[in-house]
Design a protein around this ligand. Structure first.
Ligand code: TRP
Length: 349
């Protein structure tokens, strides 16, 4: 990555937060030879307000877009949340709009970024969706996702909808001349979709998309697995500095000693400590992170001091995000989601 881009890899790569991939080497080899790719990622709009964990794939995707100067498509799976959650179409559509504003606020390039809702764009990619649907069977979907016969038909069909943007044929207004390689940054739980996608691609005459996976962002209470918006144990992009401070101080699971004396004597277990884990995601300064971790482990730093650094870091990110979001107008959302000539179709990469 460093050789191809001439840039220090993002700290998510340096720290193994994006930790596995399929065919990334192929993408880089071809890019080096002058053959560009495109980026595809997505968001299931299941809550009005996104939390800090949701930022991870988008922050990384933004870095990839800036670094490689390639087109990006962002799929808002309003249909997915309608099939999988107890939400009405009106509710998911509202959340989609709010989440789009958050995504745009991260600073994606309007010349190279297309953000679309499935409900609105499905017509243009329906031919690709249909080809995919015909290429997999219900028993394959069952093997991949474990659906039951009682599950609604939307769920069984949806994997084809998430697969379709992996193929450039879904975006004739961006890639009029067809086959272009795709790279999909995602959290690891999305992998089954793209195993299925990669499986059907050759049969349809499409290129297998490359993927790169991030680990889950841990919840405040330190439980393993994906941080959920539903449990309230998350820091939201709408939280005030006071809310952030209270959440971190009261709820963040500490790997430090139970008392000051114990911490001085035994030090902290930094592998289970949530503030340290979160700082690995959000504190860019390698030296400072290393120093904090080291001193904390040796008992020279108290939990409260580590939490203080995390609170400052998060407040900075969230406040800047809120400012940027305030400047995202309805017209900008319209622009990013409009079907328009862009990227290669407009003469750019
Ligand atoms: N299913 C994802 C979610 O619930 C949304 C999504 C659609 C996605 N396409 C994607 C995520 C591609 C990563 C990559 O959030």
């Amino acid at each position: 990555m460093e050789r191809v881009t001439g840039k220090k890899p993002h700290h998510f790569l340096r720290r193994g937060i994006f930790f596995s991939h399929r065919d990334l080497n192929l993408i880089l080899d071809k890019y080096e030879k002058g053959e560009p790719f495109y980026l595809y990622t997505g968001r299931g709009p299941s809550s009005e307000s996104m939390h800090t964990g949701h930022l991870i794939p988008f922050m990384f995707t933004k870095w990839l877009q800036e670094t490689f100067k390639v087109p990006l498509v962002v799929q808002m799976t309003d249909d997915e949340k309608f099939y999988f959650k107890d939400l009405s179409i009106e509710e998911v559509e509202r959340m989609t709009f709010e989440n789009m504003r958050d995504i745009i606020a991260l600073g994606f390039d309007p010349e190279l970024t297309f953000i679309f809702s499935d409900f609105n764009y499905i017509g243009q990619m329906y031919r690709v969706v249909a080809r995919i649907e015909k290429a997999y069977t219900a028993s394959q979907v069952k093997g991949c996702f474990g659906f039951k016969m009682e599950d609604n038909c939307g769920k069984w069909m949806f994997p084809a909808v998430q697969a379709a943007p992996s193929f450039s044929a879904s975006f004739p207004h961006i890639f009029p001349s067809g086959n272009r390689l795709c790279l999909i940054p995602q959290a690891i739980d999305q992998d089954p979709y793209f195993r299925l996608t990669r499986d059907v691609a050759p049969r349809l005459g499409y290129l297998k998309p490359a993927v790169i996976h991030s680990k889950f962002f841990p919840g405040l209470s330190g439980s393993k697995g994906k941080m959920s918006s539903s449990v309230g144990a998350a820091v939201f992009l709408t939280d005030t500095p006071k809310m952030i401070k209270d959440k971190i101080n009261k709820q963040a699971f500490s790997g430090g000693g139970a008392t000051k004396g114990e911490q001085l004597l035994l030090g902290a277990n930094t592998t289970v400590d949530v503030p340290i884990q979160w700082l690995r995601f959000f504190l860019e300064d390698d030296e400072l992170l290393e120093k904090l971790q080291h001193e904390y482990m040796l008992g020279r730093l108290m939990t409260g001091e580590v939490k203080k650094v995390l609170i400052e870091t998060l407040c900075g990110i969230v406040t800047r995000h809120q400012e940027a979001r305030r400047n995202v107008t309805d017209d900008m959302v319209k622009l990013f989601s409009s079907v328009r000539l862009m990227g290669p179709a407009k003469g750019a990469q």
